[in-house]
Design a protein. Structure first.
Length: 232
């Protein structure tokens, strides 16, 4: 195993894995509450590995939604991974890695792995960037699967508020990572734009608040950055 894989796994098995595991303990417990089987719950983490999509799966399943509606909703929730993939893969690309490795690595892209790799990979030798990301992401994926099973098995001993708190630890952690990594003006403007426009769009259409707030806030940040650059 190359040093890149070891470094990625070692850096994942700390705060990132602990926070992600807490979220998946909550998810496993919530799945047990609505009556999903243990194997179905584990399979959702293995196959989807994205808490927002998995929570959509749980909520819609508990309400008796048709299977096709669940599939479409979960699929649409994963659209956010497209720009993340487009921005990350060029950073990881190296002559030693073929297209097959890149396609496989794309399936491991998630919020925490993406932001950490975008920050750390440019500082690594080109041949170690892909192994670093794969080692980091695989360690988090395995921790998430184990935590899902643990949460399912201890569901009866957790109060509802604790289950919800566990689930929301991961997005809060991601937000803190984003704030801590906001090294450029355009990143700061993007975060501020999302924080401002997200609640405003929610007042108009709650269902589209995340997408709309991000689109409007990001576009406004880009426009302000371009205007200030031209006049700066």
């Amino acid at each position: 195993m190359s040093s890149g894989y070891r470094l990625g796994a070692r850096e994942a098995l700390g705060t990132p894995a602990a926070v992600l595991a807490a979220g998946y303990i909550g998810y496993g417990a919530l799945s047990a509450d609505i009556g999903l089987s243990l194997w179905s719950t584990l399979l959702s983490t293995i196959a989807i590995w994205a808490l927002p999509g998995q929570l959509i799966l749980v909520e819609m399943s508990s309400s008796g939604a048709p299977l096709i509606a669940i599939l479409l909703a979960v699929s649409f929730s994963a659209v956010r991974f497209l720009p993340m993939t487009v921005s990350l893969l060029p950073v990881l690309r190296a002559p030693a890695h073929g297209r097959v490795k890149e396609f496989l690595a794309a399936h491991l892209i998630a919020m925490t792995g993406w932001i950490v790799a975008m920050r750390r990979a440019p500082d690594l030798p080109a041949h170690d960037r892909m192994p670093y990301f794969v080692g980091f992401a695989l360690a988090l994926w395995l921790a998430s699967i184990a935590a899902t099973g643990a949460g399912y098995l201890i569901a009866d001993s957790l109060p509802p508020v604790t289950k919800a708190a566990f689930v929301f630890m991961n997005p809060v952690y991601f937000l803190l990572l984003m704030i801590g990594d906001a090294r450029t003006r355009v990143m700061v403007l993007s975060l501020a734009g999302g924080a401002v426009f997200g609640p405003l769009v929610y007042l108009v259409t709650p269902q589209w608040s995340v997408l709309g707030g991000g689109l409007i806030g990001g576009t406004a940040a880009f426009a302000i950055h371009r205007a200030s650059t031209r006049h700066g």
